[in-house]
Structures are given as structure tokens and as C-alpha cells.
Design a protein around this ligand. Sequence first.
Ligand code: UD1
Ligand code: UDP
Length: 380
Amino acid sequence: MKKLKVMLVFGTRPEAIKMAPLILELKKRAAEFETVVTVTAQHREMLDQVLAVFEITPDYDLDVMQPNQTITTITTNVMNRLEEVIQAEKPDIILVHGDTTTTFAASLAAFYNKTAIGHVEAGLRTWNKYSPYPEEMNRQLTDVLSDLYFAPTLQSKENLLQENHPVDQVYVTGNTAIDALKQTVAQDYQHDILEKVDFSKKVILVTMHRRENQGKPMEQVFKAMKDVVNKHPDTEIIYPVHLSPTVQKLAHAAFDGIERVHLIAPLDVVDFHNLAARCHFIMSDSGGVQEEAPSLGKPVLVLRDTTERPEGIAAGTLKLVGTEYENVKQEMTVLLEDETQYQQMAQAKNPYGDGQASRRILDAIAYHFGQLADRPQDFS
Ligand code: UD1
Ligand code: UDP
């Protein structure tokens, strides 16, 4: 049987974390698949951290990142540089992930070169064009162009069907984030970063980076955090700050010199997952963190007005708190002072996967190309 040539294209930290389990699975199934890894390097250092952890050496590196890059420059550079690779490799299918500008630009380049597209983490929606921005339109546009849809949950499948995508091309696979988490979190994990943290205090882990939160929303959230931490001597904030210069500037302006707020460099994914597993609660506007926290039983105050991850809200682990000063302050106070409410959110539930998403995705590809007799069963 001819091997199927699968090219993965990704460029940012979260795409790399969620594509890594697929690459490892592809390598295990080398008799069935030939793998080509192309990174756009929309992120440089934060991508390389993930590649190092999972020992992935890309076949192609488009090296597009520029300081303070715009969505337009990322798009044009990815499209210009990717076309040559697609034409040289002629893959049977290109896999893209999620909703970044790399995702959309790579999908458009694949379409222009008449190459099949598989969208990993398809079907997430807020139905709000500008929230999150530009991710909502990146994923909708990617889904318009895709041939195979790997929806992480039944809800995301339903979103796709609502847009009339063909049901036989939609597979419910679970999220590969859970495949990754199964490899990173360990009870006996030890590392300098964990030894430096005072876990006798209530440790709040923070990430915040979204474009639509840069400016006033971040300023309000950071002020609320500062005021709550000052009022609660038993708390510590640990905030690995995204390398975006805008985020760096806002975070340091707000927190430099503030006792018990620790701004640190982005953690590699193993350290971050193990810290998340040991903290008291999380505050974040990240997408991936919302998928990971329910498995870890860690409450998340979601620093956004909308979420495309309603399953975590239904599970009770996530609470959408927005970015207004008063509300953020109040919700932090509830989690610190009301043990009953804290415990209600801290139940470990995992609506996002069973660690088998990568296997299902590869089975679906093999089935689609006629190399596997049976359609893989959906994750439920
Ligand atoms: C991007 C994605 C967003 C995703 C996020 C994950 C788009 C438009 N946005 O946003 O969906 O949630 O990644 O983190 O696709 N930088 C570095 N080193 C790095 C990474 C970034 O220096 O390793 C700096 C660069 O100056 C870069 C800036 O951060 O210009 C912003 O990066 P960019 O990818 O444009 O936006 P993100 O906010 O990271
Ligand atoms: N993460 C990490 N190190 C950090 C902060 C986050 O490895 O210092 C991981 C986190 O576990 C999750 C992913 O990065 O898997 C989320 O990435 P990010 O917040 O950059 O993007 P988003 O998910 O919002 O697109």
C-alpha cells in the first residue's frame, strides 16, 4: 500500500503543543504514513521550546517571525514561503491546527495548490467576528476551505453541521491537548521552578496575551489582581509573560516591584502543565489552558467576554469573568474566601478527550483515503 504523505503546518506555541502528539503518533505509524513537518515560526522562541520538549526537528522552517508583526505580514510571508514547500513535497493532505494566522494562511496556500486540508480542532465558535480577534474568523475561514474536520467535541461537530459542512467529513476525535497532557503531568515531577514556589500559599497562575485584551482590559485586570493580592497575604501570583512586546510592557508596568507577584519568562510546556497541576487556581485568556484545566481540577477565571469552549463552563471548571475591574476582583475574592464555591469549581472533569485524539485523526485520514476499512468511532 502506498504511504500517505501528511504535511503538518504550524507556527505558534499552542499549535505546536497540540500537533506534537500527532507527530509522535505519525512516527509510530511510519509504515502507513510519511510525515513532513513544516513550521512557519510565527513564534520563534515559544515554538522552539515546544519542539525541544517533544524532540521534533522540522523538515522546513519558514522563519517568518518579526518583532511586532502584523496579521497581514504573517499572512503574506506564510503564503509566499509555504507555496514552494507544497509544490516540492506534493503532500496527500496538509494538517493545520486551530485558529491562528498560520492556520488560515496555510489553509489558503493549500487550497490555491489544490491540496486536501485536514483541520485539527475544527468547529470551535463564538459566532462573534471580533471576539476572539482574529481567531474566530481564522477558524471559520479555515473550515470553509477544509476537506476533513477533526472536531474535538460533539458541540464543535454540531457547530460545523450548522454551517452545512458535510457530516461524513466530520470526525469527533477529542482534543490532542489531552494527549499532550497525558505525557507531561507527573505526580513526582521535580524542577527548579516548582522548588522556588511557596505552595503553602495560595498560588494563582496567570496567563494573558490576547490581542483584544491588550490595552485597557489588561490594565483593569492587572489592577484587580494587584489589589486582591495586597489584601490577601496568603496568595502569590505567578505569571509567565508572553513574549509579545506589548504584553511585556503592560505586565511590567503593572507589576514591577509588587511583592508576591512574580513575572517570569514563558515556561516550557512540561513545567507549565506541572505548575498548573499544583496551583490553587488559574486566571487566563488562553484557549488551550481552558481545555487543560478541567482535567487538572483547577478552577479558571476566563479573562474574556466570550468563549468557544462551553464544555468547560458546563463542567463547572471555567467561569467567564470578562476584564472589568470590579468583576475580576469579586470573582478572585470568591475563589479565595468561599471554600464551597472553590470546591465546586475544583472538581476534575474532562470533557475534552481521552488521550486518543491523535490515533482517531490518523485513522480518519487512512479511512478517507481508502486505506482503512472502518470509519473510526467518534470520541464521546
Ligand atoms: C498568536 C495567535 C493567537 C494565539 C497566540 C498564542 C494570531 C494572529 N495570533 O498571538 O491566536 O493565541 O499566538 O500564543 O495568529 N514573540 C516573540 N517570540 C515568540 C513569540 C512571540 O518575540 O516566541 C513576539 C514577537 O514580537 C511577535 C509578537 O510576540 O511579533 C506577537 O506574536 P504573534 O504571533 O503575532 O501574536 P500572538 O499574540 O502571539
Ligand atoms: N503554556 C506553556 N507555557 C507558558 C504558558 C502556557 O507551555 O508559560 C501552554 C499552555 O499549557 C497551553 C498553551 O501554552 O497548552 C496555550 O498557549 P497560548 O496561551 O500561547 O495560546 P492560546 O491557547 O491562547 O492560543
